[in-house]
Design a protein around this ligand. Structure first.
Ligand code: ADP
Ligand code: MG
Length: 253
């Protein structure tokens, strides 16, 4: 996609769970080559919104367009093929297997829920293709020196980056990250931020849900703030940080 092209558009997205309105007429967009953060206090509706835009869940009303196409009703595999790829809030790795195998299996399983190696039956050519693609993405994210280490032996920050390598295998133009900095040490956050800047430099669009204000402020281009299912602010990080409604939402709750 051309720089600045709008890739993702959520239009008046509402998601109700019984009487609870988890997302109320939410609008947001992500353009090629930008990093957008979705922030807000616990229970604000961020994960629900993330599920709407990634096609994991379907809005009660409103729509989500990715490159002009409605995401509703598409399988995760179809969404991945359209160019949108996501990581999950909790690391999903096969700890005994190598970094390379984890990324290759992830690439193969992309879009399906199971990561059981038993399901990994491939012919030689397909296996070679997946391993080569996995190795390429591992190098891209800076984990080459750990290629043959057991995934479970990596530090949490490296495991998160491994998951990003996995997500990159489907060659997305939009990456969705659910709380990528959660639980990381300061230095690990710096390394992760460097990687996300590098990917942005390559034209990648990134939407991240994040609780960690400091991580977001130094990194992203734009911020959307949610509270009680609604958007309460949107803008540049330094603007949003000074917004009284945002301070109230974070400090008052
Ligand atoms: P956040 O990620 O910002 O912490 P969530 O999107 O997880 O917020 O949750 C927003 C609200 O929606 C919360 O009140 C939560 O309890 C409710 N909620 C989320 N998912 C479901 C669900 N599957 N069923 C019922 N309520 C839900
Ligand atoms: Mg959440």
């Amino acid at each position: 996609p051309a720089a600045g092209e709008v890739l993702l558009q959520a239009i008046d997205v509402t998601r109700k769970f019984g009487g609870l309105v988890a997302n109320n007429t939410m609008n947001l967009s992500v353009a090629a080559g930008e990093i957008l953060a979705l922030i807000g206090p616990n229970g604000a509706g961020k994960s629900t919104m993330f599920n709407q835009v990634s096609g994991v869940d379907t809005p009660t009303s409103g729509e989500v367009l990715f490159r002009g196409q409605d995401v509703a009703g598409k399988t995760a595999r179809e969404v991945a093929r359209m160019g949108m790829s996501r990581t999950f809030q909790h690391v999903r790795l096969l700890p005994e297997m190598s970094v390379l195998e984890n990324v290759a299996i992830g690439a193969h399983m992309r879009g399906s829920k199971s990561v059981l190696p038993a399901a990994w039956r491939l012919d030689r050519a397909e296996e070679a293709r997946l391993l080569a693609e996995a190795a390429r993405q591992i190098e891209r994210v800076g984990l080459a020196e750990h290629m043959f280490d057991a995934a479970g032996s990596l530090a949490l920050g490296q495991q998160r980056i491994l998951e990003i390598a996995r997500a990159l295998c489907s060659d997305p133009c939009l990456l969705l990250l659910d709380e990528p900095a959660a639980g990381l040490r300061y230095r690990e956050k710096q390394i992760l931020a460097e990687l996300l800047r590098k990917l942005r430099g390559e034209g990648m669009a990134i939407l991240l849900v994040e609780h960690d204000m400091d991580f977001v402020m130094g990194l992203v281009d734009r911020v959307v703030v949610m509270e009680f299912g609604e958007k309460i602010a949107e803008g540049l990080p330094e603007e949003v940080q000074k917004n009284p409604a945002v301070l109230e939402a974070y400090l008052g709750g």
